[in-house]
Every structure is written in C-alpha cells, then in structure tokens.
Design a protein around this ligand. Sequence first.
Ligand SMILES: Nc1ncnc2c1ncn2[C@@H]1O[C@H](COP(=O)(O)OP(=O)(O)OP(=O)(O)O)[C@@H](O)[C@H]1O
Length: 252
Amino acid sequence: MITAQNINWRVRKKIILQNIDFSLQKGELAGLVGPNGSGKSSLLKILSFLQRPTSGTIQFQGMPVGNRVSIDIRRKIAVVFQEPLLFNTTVFENVASGLKMRRTPKDEIRLLCETWLNRFGVGHVIEQHARSLSGGEAQRVSLARAFVLDPDVLFLDEPFSALDAPAKESLVTDLQSILQTTGTTTVLVSHDYRDILRLANRALVMQNGRLIADGAPLALLNHPPNEQVADFLRHWRNFPETVDNPFVYLQP
Ligand SMILES: Nc1ncnc2c1ncn2[C@@H]1O[C@H](COP(=O)(O)OP(=O)(O)OP(=O)(O)O)[C@@H](O)[C@H]1O
C-alpha cells in the first residue's frame, strides 16, 4: 500500500528523520510508538503527504509519488489528529464535507453520515453545532468524518490523548471493533503501548528519528530485539494485563 524508502527529513540543520525504510501492506494496522520527540508525528506527516521529506521516496499503491500529490491520492487518505479540528458548523456538515466535495448524491450523504455517526455512538448529535460537543464526542465525530470517506489508508495521530480515562477506554473499545469490521489499513501513533497492543497487529518503535524495531506488539514487549527497545518498553511490562494475561490483547 505504502512504501517509504530511505526517508530523511531535516529542518535547517536539525535531523528529524533518518534512513526510514518502511512498507505498509493492505489491511495492516501498524502502531507507531517511541519517546517524546522521537519523530512519530513527523513520520506520519510524511507518510500522509502533509510534509515532503528532504530525501527518499514514497510509493503509494505501487506508484512513486512526486512533489505534487494528486487529488486522487489525497482522497484515498484520511488523517485524524489529537485535537478533533472540526469545522465551525454542525456535526452533519462536518461529516458530510468530504462527501460533498466528491459530489456524492444528497440522500446517500445523509445515510452515510447517520450510519457512521451511529457506529461511533454519536448519532444523536448530528444536528448539534460542533462547538457544543464534549471532547469525547468531538473525537468520535472526527473519526466518523474520516471513516465515512472509506479511505484506503487511515492515519491516526494520538487520537485518544486529549480524552479522560473513561472516554478513552470506551472509544478504544469502539474503534477496535470498527477496525476489525472494516479492515482499514491504518497507522496509529500513540505514546501508550497498551493502545498498540489492543489495536495494532504490528508495532514500529522510533527513537531519535530512526525506526529501531518492527514486529508483533506482544512479541516485541516480551522479547525486545535490543537494549534500546527493552529500555523503552520496560515501563509497559509493569502493567499486569500486558504480560501476565496476554489473552486480554488477542490481536485483531
Ligand atoms: N517543522 C518542524 N521544524 C523544526 N523541528 C521540528 C518540526 N517538526 C518536528 N520537529 C522536531 O522534530 C522532533 C520530532 O518531533 P515529532 O513531533 O515528530 O515527535 P513525536 O515522537 O511525535 O513527539 P511527541 O510524542 O512529543 O508528540 C522534535 O524534536 C521536534 O521538535
């Protein structure tokens, strides 16, 4: 689906990403983790064509992507950020916006918006103004706005980190079941390895702008391939559910 070859990104003299080689297959759900400042969001921006790398190439569905990313490719990608970034209008207009740009028929737009808002448990806010939503509702609307477009690849950048613990727990549970149904190819950035264990079938660990590990989330946790990865993941081994009871985290 996406192949990144020898990606480097520098801003002035600062090296942000170095020698990133990464390939994402259709249907994969990859979790990107690493310490603060390790380059997770930067890599996500480059993979989603929001930022051009200094050097290296990216192929999307087998075709190299040049400096000008076509509207056709952009329409195959959806990005959800930590802050929901909703437009200053109703929930319906927010979720319908991408479909209107694609000239989807009106009655189909209504049906799709209702379906996805219901799937995310927020069908009742469809006529509300986006400003009136709670943080949890807003992030659910933002996810519905991404899924309604049936993207080929979904990028989620810390989608839970602005939520309190109960709102996060219920959204992770709902998102897990939705992703299992849709099989959407996804890259999820999270600083919480428990999110990766629950949602992803592949974990990519970053440090200092490099990818330092790539493997099955539970296997990396229990058998880190090197000392750097062991140091980073040590913290998450302290949670009983991540080691003592791996069956809590059956891979999707
Ligand atoms: N546009 C930019 N200009 C200059 N430096 C940048 C830019 N974008 C990111 N950086 C720097 O690159 C490094 C990696 O940032 P990035 O946000 O990708 O890390 P992260 O792993 O997502 O961090 P966090 O977990 O804190 O969100 C940081 O030192 C950051 O300050």
